[in-house]
Write a protein that binds this ligand. Structure first.
Ligand code: HEC
Length: 219
């Protein structure tokens, strides 16, 4: 009766060894857990830090991302100094040629930076608006179509009422490319005579389109 005992232990060892490997290899499928793995040294995997778009109690405005310092320009950008739309009329001249590449670039920049509010079709019901931001006017309305390229460039560079300036995100050439692309959405030939001067239908008093105080309450 001694012999089976000697065989039993190697068999047990082999058995345990096999079970160990089966469990180990199938671990991914069978041992699912929502808990973080047990870490003896966590190699800074978890850190106390502020990530973009996160809420924070540290800054008075409740956000983590800081607004760029005033006068910030993108790499290869230039400071925009024109203050009034009237001045913009003559100061800003669109010399960027209308090419397939420029229009594609304009589309890319428009969809990235403008569509969140203005929507990809420029009608003004972008995602941010769907989540409660004050709707901008449709950029296809006659008043906006009547604005010259220089005026559109001014709105992008300077901002208008609650629309912030995009001068810190778009280089001058990119802004002109956006203007050209916006013309195609408006059904106006980019770079044509119609884009050069503002005509009467354009909004006279810029403040009339949206009331600033009402907006802050709505947000
Ligand atoms: C954060 C939301 C937001 C983003 C992003 C935004 N806009 Fe605006 N935009 C507005 C609002 C709101 C108005 C209306 C401002 C007012 O009350 O005068 C406006 C107004 C305009 C106007 C003037 C329309 C008119 O008839 O008075 C133009 C042109 C314009 N935006 C173009 C752009 C372009 C081009 C971009 C991208 C570079 C852009 N906007 C990005 C919110 C935004």
């Amino acid at each position: 009766m001694v012999k089976p005992k000697i065989k039993f232990f190697p068999a047990l060892l082999v058995g345990l060894f096999l079970i160990f490997w089966v469990l180990l290899l199938s671990g991914n499928i069978l041992w699912t857990s929502n808990q973080p793995p047990l870490m003896i040294i966590d190699d800074m995997d978890t850190q106390s830090k502020a990530t973009p778009q996160e809420q924070s109690n540290f800054f008075p405005d409740g956000g983590t991302v800081r607004p760029p310092v005033e006068g910030t320009v993108p790499r290869d950008g230039a400071l925009y100094t024109v203050e009034s739309p009237e001045e913009a009329e003559t100061a800003n001249v669109n010399n960027v040629p209308v090419t397939e590449f420029v229009l594609a670039r304009g589309k890319n920049r428009f969809n990235t930076f403008c569509s969140p509010c203005h929507a990809k079709n420029a009608e003004g019901n972008g995602l941010v608006v769907a989540r409660g931001f004050t709707p901008p006017p449709s950029l296809l309305r006659p008043e906006t179509k009547a604005m010259s390229d220089g005026r559109l460039y001014h709105v992008i560079s300077h901002g208008q009422n609650i629309m912030p300036s995009y001068a810190d995100k778009l280089t001058p050439v990119d802004r002109w490319a956006v203007v050209h692309y916006l013309r195609t959405l408006q059904g106006i030939e980019p770079g044509s005579a119609a884009t050069r001067t503002t005509v009467a239908a354009a909004p006279v008093d810029q403040a009339q389109s949206t009331d600033n105080t009402a907006t802050t309450e709505n947000r």
